[in-house]
Design a protein around this ligand. Structure first.
Ligand code: PGA
Length: 248
């Protein structure tokens, strides 16, 4: 049985005070949670304070990005050791916004994923096609290349989480239909089985892209959808807790 994950990606939003207030409400709202895992990914500046605010709860802390070296002359970057130091257990890797605006390639994503695992952080590796790619009928080719690229030379999937986020669904309100999402999740699962054999059955594959409390129930009902990576709807406690309340 795969344990579901609902992860909130706060992106470049929230001051420290706003982040702590949101984290406290999420902590209170998830206090009685019996199943699944809740994760929040505040901006770097708020990680320490949010980590403090979440103490005593089961809500896990994630970073939105990291660099692929422990330390050194890499002005502006944040190391996985620093993320461990502030209490992160997860790190989002290869989000489509990083691929688009910061030109992250499959190779970069792979270096980061390997480094995260070596440091004891669990990477949430993001993959997904653009609308142009979907219209051309190359969704599986693109997602397949991204998954293979991200996981090259990684031999164990224990701590790996995949997030399928069609780029056209992110921040647009155009959520994938449950069938569209399940098709790609099933494709990813089959690809992982092809590469890794039966251990692929335990890998959590999250859906992301305009998830709200109103559409999560039908998405999570799909066989290979194991949770959600949530952007916009994670910025308000009632939206985020509303999603969590729909989880099985
Ligand atoms: P969204 O973002 O929920 O606002 O569409 C999802 C994401 O980018 O992870």
């Amino acid at each position: 049985m795969r344990k579901w994950i609902v992860a909130g990606n706060w992106k470049m939003h929230n001051t420290i005070a706003e982040s702590v207030a949101l984290a406290r409400t999420v902590k209170e709202g998830t206090a009685g949670l019996k199943s699944g895992e809740v994760v929040v990914a505040p901006p770097f500046t708020a990680l320490t304070s949010v980590g403090e605010a979440l103490k005593g709860s089961s809500v896990a802390l994630a970073a939105q990005n990291m660099y692929c070296e422990d330390k050194g002359a890499y002005t502006g970057e944040v190391s996985p050791l620093m993320l461990k130091d502030v209490g992160c257990t997860y790190v989002i890797i290869g989000h489509s916004e990083r691929r688009k605006y910061f030109i992250e390639s499959d190779e970069t994503v792979n270096l980061k994923a390997k480094k995260a695992l070596a440091t004891g952080l669990k990477p949430i590796v993001c993959v997904g096609e653009t609308d142009g790619e979907r219209n051309k009928g190359v969704t599986e080719a693109v997602v397949g290349r991204q998954v293979r690229g991200a996981l090259a030379d990684i031999d164990k999937l224990d701590n790996v989480v995949i997030a399928y986020e069609p780029v056209w669904a992110i921040g647009t309100g155009m959520v994938a239909t449950p069938a569209q999402a399940e098709d790609v999740h099933d494709f990813i699962r089959r690809l992982l089985v092809e590469i890794y054999g039966c251990m692929a059955a335990d890998v959590r594959i999250l859906y992301g892209g305009s998830v709200t409390k109103d559409n999560i129930a039908e998405l999570i009902a799909m066989e290979d959808i194991d949770g959600a990576l949530v952007g916009g709807a994670s910025l308000k406690a009632d939206g985020f807790l509303g999603i969590i309340s729909k989880m099985p």
